[in-house]
Design a protein around this ligand. Sequence first.
Ligand code: ATP
Length: 193
Amino acid sequence: MKVGLFGGTFDPPHVAHLAAAERVRDELALDEVWFVVAGQPPHKMRDAVSPAHHRLRMVELAVADHPAFRVCDIELRRPGPSYTVDTVRALRRQHPDAEFYFIVGADMAADLPNWRAIDELKTLVRFVALGRPGYARPVLPGIPLHWVDMPLLALSATELRRWIRAGRSVRYLVPEAVRQYMEAHEVYGKRKR
Ligand code: ATP
């Protein structure tokens, strides 16, 4: 089984995440894509991340209508910072027959050389990268990257949070079920209008 792993804080999940996952699934003929919801991302230690149960629920809602998309909560069940290498080691033990493809946007790709145990990690997964507006395609000596083309979508969770806080509508930028959930649970506070 070929499995794509798509790690993120998903705070909130947005349509660029879904389009990226689908693009990679289609291009590489993956059987499934697992959205790995980050517990405490090492690179975002200083930023406030929304509570894990909200992010997990939003990702569940976001992927619910895709038969090949799944949510993986393994990092939420582990205390401390979420290192991808720990996650992948555990997933390989649990699914010895799976072939894992780790999906990253161009911004994340540039940072791969700094990831914990990258030399081991690159033997455990194949990295698949997607262009992202505002980020060049890095060339990483010693880390093979399979670039998949897709229409660039200039969307980030950070910007969406800003929009929501400013009282703007994010309809069509996040799946409708996610939009309704975040409003109902005031994940990003009350809408101003
Ligand atoms: P934030 O703005 O909070 O950092 P984000 O929008 O980058 O959030 P993450 O959950 O951090 O979302 O991202 C998960 C993965 O999706 C990362 O590999 C990231 O590079 C990728 N990604 C996010 N948005 C896009 C986009 N618009 N195009 C391509 N890849 C993206």
